[in-house]
Write a protein that binds this ligand. Structure first.
Ligand SMILES: Nc1nc2c(ncn2[C@@H]2O[C@H](COP(=O)(O)OP(=O)(O)OP(=O)(O)O)[C@@H](O)[C@H]2O)c(=O)[nH]1
Ligand SMILES: [Mg+2]
Length: 371
């Protein structure tokens, strides 16, 4: 899979993860507004410092403005360094650079740059690359700004048409973040290397099945447990690991594919009972561990609501504190994900004489410039 998938890491947390992926031999391109952040990378071969950037100090709007001014150069760099057909963007949601920059950049790429028009159906687009995301949620012990950024970033991310798998790494309740990075990279690499490492007469997973698993819209989680683990510890690990906790209510039982390499056959009825009916499963066996990936899961509403509630408490404390000052410190676009998803980026209107067709890129860049 190393010749099929590449990682674009935006911001510092992402760079830390990218460095581990590069060490394992993946193609990684790191982008940052801060030269200092880039200088800490040891293994990443392709880096780009956005000209004039001094970091965004958790200000998402500054990052969006830098995207608007340097967009063309970044796309050129991306095209020259990243030729793989599957691209995963990694970024933290709590900072400025990765959080502000990534959702809109991904939207432009997926809906404007990596597209071709079908000659037979000119209104239909064919996506030329598969794009996924790995997003890190700030912990609830971090600052209101970091949590507000997380909330708004998730709102934007959840509204991108054409985006494939999203891995939501959750820093909340985790210990050392470097360990979180290592666990994630190990899980991802374990799944991506199944076709070359795990072979069994009882069933194999080939590259096309991995590609399918990594091209599904929705959230994904991976669990890896020891060879002696039973089904209930596999299910438990799928729920409580480094990823954002999945909802348990019956409406949230939505899932697309199950990919697994295990010691014994999985009990699929327990997966259906716990996560919902899958569309298909791809399995193989090995002698060392139980490795399971689920795709097509819904956004974790309970976790997002928890961020919102905590932010509301902060907002009320801050407004009491600043009662002589009429400006509000927090400016969350709250209720982005609580019910139906509200788009922060409006959908493209149908073309008409009053509304000439603009590209997704023009639309998003114009919105940034208006801010
Ligand atoms: N899992 C993990 N989280 C990290 C790491 N480094 C920072 N974070 C988290 O990422 C958020 C901060 O984002 P950064 O990636 O440092 O920010 P940035 O994109 O560089 O943006 P600015 O520095 O604000 O311009 C906070 O929520 C941190 O807790 C890391 O190595 N691993
Ligand atoms: Mg930074």
């Amino acid at each position: 899979m190393k010749n099929r998938i590449a990682f674009v890491c935006i911001g510092q947390a992402a760079g830390n993860i990218g460095d581990l992926l590069a060490e394992k031999g993946y193609n990684v391109f790191a982008i940052n507004t801060s030269k200092e952040d880039i200088s800490t990378l040891r293994n990443v071969k392709h880096t780009y410092h956005i000209p004039g950037g001094l970091g965004c100090s958790k200000d998402r709007d500054v990052a969006k403005k830098m995207l608007a001014t340097s967009y063309e150069q970044i796309v050129d760099q991306l095209r020259s360094y990243v030729t793989e057909d599957i691209i995963y963007f990694i970024f933290s949601a709590g900072g400025g650079t990765g959080s502000g920059f990534s959702p809109w950049f991904i939207d432009i790429l997926v809906n404007d740059v990596f597209v071709e028009h079908d000659p037979d159906y000119p209104d239909e687009i064919i996506r030329t690359r598969t794009v996924g995301a790995v997003t890190i949620l700030a912990s609830e012990t971090e600052s209101p700004r970091a949590r507000e950024n997380t909330y708004n970033c998730l709102g934007e991310l959840s509204s991108i048409d054409g985006l494939c798998n999203i891995f939501l790494i959750d820093n909340d309740g985790q210990g050392d973040l470097r360990t979180v990075n290592k666990i994630f990279v190990d899980l991802l690499d374990s799944v991506l290397t199944i076709p070359e490492k795990h072979k069994s007469r009882e069933g194999n997973i080939d590259t096309s099945e991995i590609v399918k698993g990594f091209s599904t819209p929705g959230l994904s989680v991976i669990a890896k447990v020891g060879s002696k683990a039973n089904m209930s510890s596999i299910l438990e690990k799928l729920r409580s690991n480094i990823f954002a906790e999945l909802d348990r209510d019956p409406d949230s039982k939505t899932i697309s594919f199950v990919l697994s390499s295990t010691i014994k056959p999985l009990d699929y009825s327990t997966i259906v009972a716990e996560f919902g009916q899958y569309v298909d499963e791809f399995h193989t066996f090995n002698q060392e561990c139980n490795l399971v990936m689920l795709t097509g899961l819904p956004f974790p509403k309970a976790r997002v609501n928890r961020i919102e509630e905590h932010l509301r408490e902060d907002a009320s404390r801050l407004s009491t504190q600043n009662k002589n000052n009429s400006s509000t410190v927090l400016k969350s676009e709250l209720n982005l994900l609580g019910g139906a998803v509200t788009r922060t980026v409006p959908r493209r209107e149908p073309e008409s004489p009053e509304n000439p067709k603009t590209s997704r890129r023009d639309e998003l860049l114009a919105r940034i410039r208006k801010r």
